[in-house]
Design a protein around this ligand. Structure first.
Ligand code: ADP
Length: 354
């Protein structure tokens, strides 16, 4: 187990593409960290720099207080699990899991003990004599994890490990990874573009965009208090509804329509020296009420709640209602917002105000 310190880390590739800007983070021993963001935002590059698979252009990386910035990958005591499993097709599952220990010339009884223990943890005991192509995608991903576990590394790195699995397997393998973390207590850094994986797995999430860290915090911190518009719209599914809000001559205009706004928002707007804002409301924070009108044009039923789409302030919006509150297409539904949960952003800086 290990703590990590990433200090002012940049990555500039040889073609002068800067993939990561000034990444700073202290990772505690045993933490589960998820790097999340859209494709190309620099997540894998960051992970690969921690692994030692990419040079660090500027900045420093410490593992357990030791400067590892220049340390070769093989000496970092880190294990990485990839999206494509990277298993050896001609070897059995047992041999795949034992391989790194054999290379390290570990005693064969010790190897056997470690492989059997990892197989037990991962439910692979019955599969050890098979070849990778005889296993399902989920089982192969577990072998890839088994290979990492037998090494008893200080840190586990996962690069989009669930991307190749179908939706159901993704869910169950995700839970296995979480249980594995609980069981082993090892520091884990996990890369994904999937905000659900980030919210469900992480102790802390690092949300990135275009090479820059946007926010670091617990899943609920990012969900309830996104620091800026990027985090607000990236975390949460369906995404937060966003509306332009303008203050002019003491009146409020949402999407160009003069309207009243929630008192808490009006207070914040009145205190600000700015005139242009973005109002944010998550679908589940819209309730039947008397303040605004949602013009329903589509319902998506999920079984225990309905996603009701329609125009609110003239803009296509989504509200999440319980099924017993279902409204029909064409209904003009009176709605109110959960005041405490309405978000307000500075339109210019995109930073959160409330
Ligand atoms: P993510 O993992 O978030 O999808 P990456 O870290 O893979 O993003 O990539 C971040 C940026 O760096 C992208 O613009 C990508 O094109 C660029 N990039 C990644 N690898 C290389 C490379 N080997 N050489 C040059 N540019 C690269």
């Amino acid at each position: 187990m290990a703590s990590l310190s990433l200090q002012h880390i940049d990555k500039i590739y040889d073609n002068n593409v800067q993939a990561v800007y000034d990444f700073n983070m202290e990772i505690n021993d045993g933490e589960f960290i998820v790097l999340v963001g859209p494709s190309g935002c620099g997540k894998s590059t960051t992970l690969r720099m921690v692994a030692g698979l990419e040079d660090i252009s500027n900045g420093k990386l410490f593992i357990d207080g030791k400067d590892c910035t220049q340390l070769p990958a093989k000496d970092r005591d880190i294990a990485m699990v990839f999206q494509n499993y990277a298993l050896y097709g001609h070897m059995t599952i047992y041999e795949n899991m034992a391989f790194s220990l054999m290379l390290a010339k570990e005693d064969k009884y010790v190897i056997h003990e470690k492989v059997m223990a990892a197989a037990e943890i991962l439910g692979l005991t019955q599969q050890l004599n098979k070849k990778p192509n005889q296993l399902s995608g989920g089982q192969r991903q577990r072998v890839a994890m088994g290979r990492a576990i037998v090494r008893n590394p200080k840190v586990f790195l996962f690069d989009e490990p669930l991307s190749n699995l179908d939706a159901k397997l993704r869910g169950s393998t995700r839970r296995e990874i979480k249980l594995l973390h609980k069981r082993l207590g090892t520091t884990m850094i996990y890369v994904t573009h999937d905000q659900t994986e980030a919210l469900t797995l992480a102790d802390r999430i690092v949300c990135m965009s275009m090479g820059h860290v946007q926010q670091i915090g617990t899943p609920l911190e990012l969900y309830d208090h996104p620091k800026n518009l990027f985090v607000a719209s990236f975390i949460g599914l369906p995404p937060m509804n966003l509306y332009n809000l303008k203050k002019e001559d003491g009146k409020f205009y949402v999407e160009g329509i003069e309207t009243k706004i929630p008192a808490r928002v009006a207070d914040a707007v009145n205190k600000s020296d700015k005139n242009e804002f973005v109002l944010g409301i998550r679908p589940e924070d819209i309730h039947p009420g008397n303040d605004f009108v949602l013009d329903v044009n589509l319902n998506e039923n999920t079984g225990h709640f309905t996603l009701t789409h329609g125009k609110l302030f003239g803009k296509t919006s989504c509200a999440k209602f319980r099924d017993w509150q279902r409204f029909k297409v064409g209904d003009k539904v009176g709605v109110s917002f959960d005041e405490e949960r309405v978000h307000l952003f500075d339109a210019e800086t995109t930073e959160a105000i409330i």
